[in-house]
Design a protein around this ligand. Structure first.
Ligand code: NIG
Ligand code: FE
Length: 428
């Protein structure tokens, strides 16, 4: 915008029937009871200028003539862009045969132990070129966007050699340049011991510690390092040495924690002040206390339990005991083949017993906090990045309630329209 412009806003969305701001008023996340406060404004207005939010309030407080373009929000719901804080979206090959095997009675852990599972995707991903991975992943990011995800975290973890992990992380870097979504990169070299290191476990861990993590830090290929702490994957002691190396190299840390068994991953996450601990299906009260003390975001993944036919994490208990809870997809070919964050919102309600307000906090502000982004993302507040969703429904409750139906009609990313079924003309 030029200095002599008569306007002070590039865009104004006015007369919004339900404006869900999730205002944080400076806090990093909402925990416990605070999660029910979504800062709802009726007949709301949001002004945007130059990628940022410059006005949030009611229609009666805003002067339409100061906006270059106005969208009529009557009958609509506007929310912050959704943040999907946990995915494994870069992969080749699919595992529909395992879906069938599980439905016939095999467990996820059995398939993993018998050399399938993650290792199946490792074989396919190693065989794929960077161009092929890029093509597949760009398409998946389009799907994420179509459901309202405007920021996505993506983990490596299907290469599992130095060379192929670096390949995956370079693909993730390229996605950041090639797609409108904000992409956050996590190195998950510690996903499992790959089949070809089966009898050389220590060699694989040494490669992570001495080669991969230092290289990733030096070349800024990821912001976080994650470890899958689980029987059949990495022990707590192994996880500790991997996270320690990450911290020593200046990287943030996350943990796939207490998913299938209560191994102690969430307490390890707390020990390192991890930004998030994810899954959390088997937690003790002491684990919760430790996470609360360290300010670690509890990321629950209802789609995994739904897809694997397993009991849900007790997210209600996490909220009651005062943790900040986020909900993510965990989109991956093995344990949750879905990019649809809105589906996770519905399941978080029906199966994890979150209220609709808690659900919105869990996929916006708290999810941004799980990626160290809540200063700039996750709520509709003056100064934040203008990532907004417009839904063609007059009440926010309709969004998770009208299960499986997508009411999203417009996505505004950094102040620009990137998806639009309303044919708005404001930045054509
Ligand atoms: O987050 N838990 C481990 N890793 C993934 C699943 C990966 C896969 O099965 O391909 C998860 O569920
Ligand atoms: Fe995962």
């Amino acid at each position: 915008m030029t200095h002599d412009s008569p306007y002070s806003m590039d865009l104004l969305i006015n007369h919004i029937t339900n404006l869900v701001t999730v205002r944080a008023l400076g806090s990093r996340f909402k925990r416990g009871k605070e999660m029910t406060d979504i800062g709802l404004i009726r007949d709301g207005a949001v002004g945007i200028d130059n990628e940022r939010i410059v006005f949030v309030g009611t229609s009666s407080d805003v002067d339409e003539s100061r906006a270059k373009y106005v969208i009529n929000g009557k009958g609509k719901t506007v929310t912050p862009g959704f943040v999907d804080s946990h995915t494994h979206l870069v992969f080749a090959g699919t595992r529909e045969h395992e879906f069938s095997l599980r439905n016939a009675g095999a467990s996820y852990a059995e398939i993993h132990r018998s050399g399938g599972g993650i290792n199946n995707t490792v074989r396919a991903t190693r065989s794929a070129s960077k161009e092929e991975l890029l093509r597949l992943s760009l398409h998946r990011l389009d799907t994420c966007l179509s459901f309202g995800t405007t920021t996505v975290e993506i983990k490596s973890g299907y290469g599992l050699t130095f060379e192929h992990e670096v390949k995956m992380l370079e693909v993730i870097q390229e996605l950041r340049e090639r797609h409108v979504l904000d992409v956050v990169s996590t190195c998950l070299g510690a996903h499992t011991i790959p089949f070809d290191y089966k009898d050389r476990r220590q060699d694989y861990i040494a490669m992570l510690l001495d080669q991969l993590i230092p290289y990733v830090a030096e070349h800024r290929l990821a912001e976080f390092v994650d470890v899958f702490c689980e029987e059949g994957a990495f022990s707590i002691d192994e996880g500790r040495s991997i996270l320690q190396r990450a911290v020593d190299k200046g990287l943030g840390v996350k943990v796939h924690a207490d998913q299938l068994t209560s191994l102690g991953g969430s307490r390890l996450a707390a020990e390192f002040g991890a930004v998030s601990a994810d899954h959390l299906d088997h937690l003790s009260d002491e684990d919760i206390v430790a996470m609360k003390r360290s300010g670690t975001v509890a990321v629950v993944l209802p789609g995994v339990s739904l897809f694997l036919g397993l009991p849900m994490a007790d997210a209600r208990r996490l909220i009651e005991q005062g943790l900040p809870v986020a909900v993510a997809t965990d989109a991956n070919p093995g344990s949750c083949m879905s990019e649809n964050i809105q589906l996770m919102m519905t399941v978080a309600g029906t199966m994890m017993h979150l209220t609709v307000e808690e659900i919105f906090t869990a996929v916006t502000l708290n999810a941004a906090a799980a990626l160290r982004r809540s200063e700039i993302l996750g709520s509709i507040e003056v100064g934040k990045q203008a990532d907004l969703l417009i839904f063609d429904v007059p009440s926010y409750e309709m969004i998770p309630y009208h299960m499986g139906v997508n009411h999203l009609s417009c996505v505004i990313k950094r102040g620009r329209k990137v998806l639009d079924t309303m044919q708005e003309k404001f930045n054509d």
